[in-house]
Design a protein around this ligand. Structure first.
Ligand SMILES: NC(=O)c1ccc[n+]([C@@H]2O[C@H](COP(=O)([O-])OP(=O)(O)OC[C@H]3O[C@@H](n4cnc5c(N)ncnc54)[C@H](OP(=O)(O)O)[C@@H]3O)[C@@H](O)[C@H]2O)c1
Length: 336
């Protein structure tokens, strides 16, 4: 008997990726899927599902979800998740939330987003980055899936937490494919703006800076200052994060990365700079490092929709249900 699960936000980009992964999952089965209309035929919206996965979405009904599901993936915009999470937890449904609603401390969340309506459950949430918090995720009933930029940046920088030169700034210069912004078109994601173009957006003040700083601050046990500049790339999926910082100690960064991630199946330390195409369609994070005197350059590449969202969500759910972490996750990139 499979474990029933809900995909809430099934008509969105990360929701669709969740469906694709869950269709090949041996232990989870989609028994409920919802969007805001409650009347979208998924195969009409995404004809790629024709003959494979068809059906009409529901509206969010927590009692119905609890009847058929032990687990819910929330692929909802921030603020929408915190309306639903407490009701699902009260009904005994475990949750993996892809939004930002449970990733930050209350203070940090309210500074960067809006007033939180479910502060109580922030404490209960475990940050869903298995390489750093695997044991805690196993015992969690609420996993806060990391943001896409934070996933790549934290995986790149965490191994150096004890070695940053406090007198030198840390820069993260990041690039994302347009699907990172979700399915709704905006001025920045309009074809005419993004085609044959690259540009920064929300430099320095982007909300993911707060998430990266908070997590690295926890690891370094002091306030972590970061200059973060995201850019949009004219590609559909993929994320590349370039990090620059100073070292307080003489060490080989590539060697440190190899050691830190030696047991991690989904981290590949690479000896030449990674690229987004080599990880697109997979759960891998490829990381490269190079030293220039006392400065270090690290580059990490992920698929923003998978390692940066949906495959991480399934990895977290696997851990929460005592299933092998990598079960149903993809390892071969879309080639050519
Ligand atoms: N895209 C990425 O690369 C990425 C990476 C990491 C994290 N995330 C996070 O993951 C979440 C989902 O992102 P996305 O890119 O998949 O967004 P999206 O493409 O805009 O999809 C959002 C989904 O939420 C549904 N929704 C919105 N309000 C709802 C409501 N009141 N009731 C039921 N369904 C509702 C939408 O339904 P309708 O279609 O009916 O509006 C849609 O299915 C966001 O919090 C985002 O920040 C995204």
């Amino acid at each position: 008997m499979k474990i029933g699960c809900a995909v809430i936000g099934a008509s969105g980009y990360t929701g669709v990726e969740l469906i694709k992964i869950l269709l090949r999952h041996e232990f989870f089965e989609i028994t409920y899927f919802a969007d805001s209309s409650g009347e979208e035929r998924i195969e009409r919206l995404y004809p790629a599902f024709r003959g494979v996965f068809e059906g009409k979405t529901e509206r969010i009904d927590v009692d119905q979800i609890a009847k058929s599901c032990e687990l819910a993936f929330l692929a909802l915009p921030h603020t929408r998740s915190m309306e639903v999470v407490p009701k699902l937890l009260d009904r005994g449904v475990k949750v993996v939330d892809l939004s930002a609603d449970y990733r930050l401390t209350l203070k940090n969340y309210e500074k960067n987003y809006v007033k939180h309506t479910d502060p109580h459950n922030i404490q209960r949430a475990v940050y869903g980055l298995p390489e750093l918090y695997r044991e805690k995720i196993k015992g969690a009933d609420l996993a806060a899936n990391p943001g896409c930029y934070p996933t790549a940046a934290i995986l790149a920088l965490a191994p150096f937490a004890k070695h940053f030169d406090k007198n030198m700034p840390v820069f993260v210069d990041a690039k994302s494919g347009v699907s990172g912004a979700g399915k709704k078109c905006s001025t920045n994601t309009h074809f005419v703006k993004i085609n044959e173009n690259v540009f920064p957006y929300s430099p320095v003040v982007h909300r993911h800076a707060a998430e990266i700083s908070q997590k690295l601050g926890e690891l370094t046990e002091k306030e972590f200052e970061l200059t973060f500049v995201p850019h949009l790339l004219p590609v559909t999926r993929g994320m590349l994060v370039d990090c620059y910082f100073g070292l307080q100690k003489d060490l080989d960064p590539l060697e440190l990365l190899y050691d830190f991630y030696s047991k991690e199946r989904f981290i590949r330390i690479v000896d030449s700079p990674p690229d987004v195409k080599s990880v697109a369609g997979t759960h891998f994070c490829d990381i490269f490092a190079m030293r220039n005197g006392s400065s270090v350059y690290i580059c990490a590449a992920i698929d923003n929709l998978l390692r940066g969202a949906s495959s991480s969500a399934v990895a977290n759910a696997n851990l929460m249900f005592d299933i092998e972490e990598g079960h149903a996750l993809s390892e071969i990139a879309y080639i050519p």
